[in-house]
Design a protein. Structure first.
Length: 167
């Protein structure tokens, strides 16, 4: 299955179109660390993550794991060994906390953006995650409502891909 994202903020899979939030830097084919852009391209769905104290594991055929308070994601280009990889906190280099005070990472799909192998500076921690209540932009991710994320996870399987269209 291909999940298609338009640069206007719509995501399509299965039988319907849904709203999504995108990066504050728009959609760009030349994604760089810190530009706030959602990368254009085709990205395999790698796995799902969920916060177990905010709900049960989602129904999905994707590999799925619970996050913990000490989970992070390396986003420091000066730390190439951990760049765009899961890290354990505390971590000495810059990183993203996966266990957040807001609900944005309660459900996450890790996509295959700049991960095989990661190239420092070409973007990290680009996920599909939950949207802010006001639909505010992301730092480069694709964001959905909880209901739409659960529906997507239920439909997703290994081999599926997120396709972000160029403007």
């Amino acid at each position: 299955m291909e999940i298609v994202v338009s640069p206007e903020g719509w995501i399509d899979w299965g039988a319907g179109r849904r709203r999504c939030a995108l990066g504050k830097g728009g959609v760009r084919p030349d994604k760089r660390e810190g530009d706030g852009a959602t990368p254009a391209g085709r990205f395999p769905l790698r796995r799902a993550l969920y916060r177990p104290d905010h709900g049960p594991a989602p129904a999905t055929a994707l590999p799925c794991a619970a996050i913990a308070p000490e989970d992070g994601w390396g986003d420091d280009p000066a730390d190439p060994a951990a760049y765009n990889r899961p890290v354990r906190l505390p971590h000495p280099a810059r990183h993203e906390r996966m266990w957040r005070d807001d609900a944005l990472y309660d459900l996450v799909i890790v996509i295959g953006h700049n991960d095989d192998p990661p190239v420092p500076g070409l973007g990290s921690a680009v996920f599909v995650h939950l949207a802010r209540p006001d639909w505010g932009p992301t730092e480069g991710c694709v964001a959905l409502t909880r209901a739409d994320m659960l529906e997507l996870l239920a439909a997703a399987a290994p081999g599926d891909a997120l396709v972000v269209m160029q403007p």
